[in-house]
Design a protein around this ligand. Structure first.
Ligand SMILES: Nc1nc2c(ncn2[C@@H]2O[C@H](COP(=O)(O)OP(=O)(O)OP(=O)(O)O)[C@@H](O)[C@H]2O)c(=O)[nH]1
Ligand SMILES: [Mg+2]
Ligand SMILES: [Zn+2]
Length: 336
């Protein structure tokens, strides 16, 4: 993107044109397959973004490399835009449409990095290699609840589990199902359980998220064999992924709907949410909130805590309460 500074007059003209396009488009359902509403500005969807380069797909499925107008802010995979063809067969994104949702994660120094926009579902992919952490799953659930998108837990690499481990994982998934979440056991390499996963993705935009090496790209390759997405082996010593996927990419599902592959995470920071949002993300705690003896109960070791009582009564699990407490502790220990 050019670092050239725009004059105030240019900026206000650009803004005026964007506002015109936005108000025209707001009257319609945003659909990249719909007719263009003017000849210059074409509707498009961002299928990938790396650095300042955006891959914009038009209504015919053609992809054009674009840059964005300077004043639009970060644009990510899943964003709906208007663009036009500039010089040298490169396009320019001129308008960013309002987002239904924006998934972010923390980058360096706790800065928020947008990952994908307009998603309906987060498929939290986990496995035994690399070893899953329930706290990471819980953090994704909190993020999904606060974004208003549906989380689905997909435990991959079921083929690698022995009987005892299978029972262990089934019990963990059953706990999540009891809370009300969809939780499935799959194997991307053995094509096991993927039809169940596919059916929850019908006509929705879903993102595959989770640690590096859990098999997100392998799932894409199974569901969309023509795509040939690069997958990576795990490191020999630590069973850790090698961060093979470096940019999110949106794919279309044959039965309708989109699926976004995303780069693996080490952790998932919840820096943009406060304690109220975190507790809101533990959906089974909701009936007990406001029932503690003290109004400012931190639900840690406080006397008369309704959540502690709910654990004793078998209404919520100690593990989820521990997870909540860990997340709160991390939040209070994170320097601004
Ligand atoms: N046994 C087994 N191995 C799998 C399965 N799914 C994926 N793998 C293997 O796990 C490794 C990592 O797979 P990827 O698809 O690259 O993982 P990813 O989640 O996309 O990783 P990043 O792109 O680094 O975030 C590869 O060696 C895959 O072959 C599975 O169901 N069973
Ligand atoms: Mg990958
Ligand atoms: Zn309490």
């Amino acid at each position: 993107m050019s670092k050239r500074k725009l004059t105030k007059q240019q900026l206000s003209r650009i803004k005026e044109n964007q506002d015109k396009r936005l108000s025209k488009a707001r009257g319609k359902k945003i659909d990249t397959s719909s007719e263009e509403f003017d000849t210059e500005h074409l509707p498009g969807i961002i299928v990938s973004q790396y650095g300042v380069t955006l891959d914009v797909e038009d209504s015919n499925g053609n992809i054009t490399k674009c840059h964005a107008r300077q004043n639009l802010g970060p644009i990510v995979c899943g964003d709906k835009v208007y663009w036009n063809m500039g010089q040298d067969s490169k396009g320019v994104v001129t308008t960013l449409m309002p987002r239904q949702s924006l998934l972010t994660r923390s980058g360096f120094h706790g800065n928020l990095k947008p990952v994908a926009a307009n998603i309906d579902q987060i498929i939290i992919v986990c496995a035994r290699k690399p070893l899953y952490r329930e706290e990471l799953i819980d953090k994704y659930l909190v993020a999904a609840e606060n974004l208003g998108v549906t989380p689905v837990i997909a435990f991959n690499k079921a083929d690698m589990l022995n009987e005892k481990q299978t029972d262990e994982i089934k019990a963990m998934l059953a706990n999540y199902s009891a809370i009300g979440y969809q939780a499935v056991m799959v194997s991307a390499t053995q094509a096991h359980g993927l039809d169940d996963l596919l059916s929850v993705m019908d006509n929705k935009t879903s993102i595959l998220a989770g640690q590096s090496g859990v098999g997100k790209s392998t799932i894409i390759n199974y569901l969309l064999p023509d795509e040939n997405v690069q997958v990576g082996t795990l490191s020999d010593s630590k069973d850790k992924g090698k961060h093979t996927t470096t940019a999110s990419r949106l794919y279309h599902l044959p039965q309708g709907g989109n699926l976004i592959d995303s780069p693996g995470v080490r952790d998932f920071g919840l820096h943009n949410v406060g304690t109220d949002e975190i507790i809101h993300g533990f959906i089974e705690f909701r009936p007990f909130i406001g029932r503690c003896k003290f109004k400012n109960c931190a639900h840690l070791k406080d006397a008369g805590c309704a959540l502690q009582a709910a654990v004793l009564n078998g209404q919520i699990s100690q593990r989820r309460l521990d997870s909540y407490q860990q997340i709160i502790e991390q939040l209070t220990n994170t320097p601004e």
